[in-house]
Design a protein around this ligand. Sequence first.
Ligand code: BGC
Ligand code: BGC
Length: 630
Amino acid sequence: MDRFTILCTVGMVLHLWTAVTEAEYMKYKDPNRPVNVRVRDLLSRMTLEEKIGQMTQIDRKISSKEIMKKYFIGSVLSGGGSYPSPTASAETWINMINEFQEGALSTRLGIPMIYGIDAIHGNNNVYNATIFPHNIGLGVTRDPELVKRIGAATALETRATGIPYTFAPCIAVCRDPRWGRCYESYSEDHKIVQAMTEIIPGLQGDVPANFPKGIPYIAGRNKVAGCAKHFVGDGGTTNGINENNTVIDWNGLQSIHMPAYLDSIKKGVATVMVSYSSWNGEKMHANKKLITGYLKKQLKFKGFVISDSQGIDRITSPPHANYTYSVEAGILAGIDMIMVPEKFTEFIDDLTSLVKKNVIPMSRIDDAVRRILRVKFVLGLFENPMADYSLVHELGSQEHRELAREAVRKSLVLLKNGKNIDEPLLPLPKRASKILVAGSHAHNIGNQCGGWTIEWRGLAGNITVGTTILTAVKNTVDPLTEVVYRENPETELLKSNKFSYAIVVVGEPPYSESFGDNMNLTIPESGIRTITNVCEAIKCVVVIISGRPVVIEPYLAKIEALVAAWLPGTEGQGVADVLFGGYGFTGKLARTWFKTVDQLPMNVGDPHYDPLFPFGYGLTTSPTELRASQ
Ligand code: BGC
Ligand code: BGC
């Protein structure tokens, strides 16, 4: 070997050696290093392009392995109804998500993406998932421990499909039922909403004792990152108009809409989503004082702040009128991750040039990326980026369905029972010669689940696996009882006068967000007709399926017994359990039931309070059967 070759060889060896030791110094890859050390190390290695990629969330509809890689995309979501197919199996979901993840992992630094979905009443975009009652029903239970168990079950069903992140809970305090999202709110009373933040330790795990305040906490591979939304005041908009303006002073905001955020942060919530709405005329997506000044600085929230879907676009009106400005205002306000969710190159280009022009300082970008990486490390994504099939059996499991059924039982509110106290109609006898079940919601899984079920707006019909109320009634009555079912019973049948009693199940059609805004809150036809026709002819119990109180006073005299069942989800058996006395009614209204819409807004404590049924109202019945354990 000549001198040159020796030198070259030494050089090569040295080079290799440095490469090897450098690999050893990739602190961020070492799970034994503290999260902060890993975050700092990784951040110091990242280019601007890689950082901005982390801040970008795109919908699965437009995502691919190649896009993940090319743009360093940090997060993918399923928007409402964004599924691989309406009946996709857990395995199909996992394969899709793993493919996106492979794209993310194939980048220079191999930073895993985080996949998010609205698992807001169970993993509701997914066929065969257990669908729990919407929050409005859960508030009625006043049972935070139950809601925590629902969180744990939802975490398992979400992980079952390979997903580690849910945009839940919605901790809105709905102050006006005309709001289309009222059913996403646990109560008009912030104390109930606060108590129900127990869903967070259910989803994420219990924060260990002495855990520093504000740091996100997620307990492992059976848990998911949560998201308290929508920050802040979403449930307080004028006339309940979705995404509108919440007019209230600082003390009002602090005492009604803010308290549940403090609870959520104490419980280690990983992320917070910003509200479309404005506070006193200022768009929340541009509100630096509240996002950076209050949430991040004062409350010491250390997880990441995510925008709502096209939320920054709506800083201007019309939306997207000046996207560069939207990006500037949103990022400077303190939003860390942008749910773009489709035109991502425009977002990336705009943010890149705003940073290059020093309109947005690098320190702001670093704050955002630090928070996003922190959540990813805490989630264990770097150690376990790929999902496997080990939890697929959790999706729609019998155990979870039993839990949902329990929640349904506890969410029912008995508003009337008999024309007078001595003659209660409920519990119903299981043994009768012939009974009638009627109404648009009696045998309809989609109607019973409401919005955010398979589809964003929900869908009437046989959309997923579950037990309708009709099936539940048939399962429950004595085998000798004849059950006649008619969605719209004909007059002849009603006049036959052969029925011991009737169960009428009617209510609102499924809806979500602005599509649910409603200024009259009447039960749409054929609901009223069915109530009137049936209850005039037969002794009837009316079960209302709705996302909020609806106009009922004009029909009340005709109705023998009245039950509010809210949006119970797939486990309709819970309704029959209580109607027939297997269990007693225990639910207490977590919302005020108004007489007429012109009373609205009207919440407990208001000076003009004059409800049909007050907040906290709910008759009880005793179970007619003895059970070994309850
Ligand atoms: C809703 C959010 C939801 C997001 C993603 C938005 O329209 O306001 O609550 O998390 O979509 O689906
Ligand atoms: C998306 C939802 C979103 C809604 C409103 C829908 O197209 O799928 O996730 O909440 O738009 O922005």
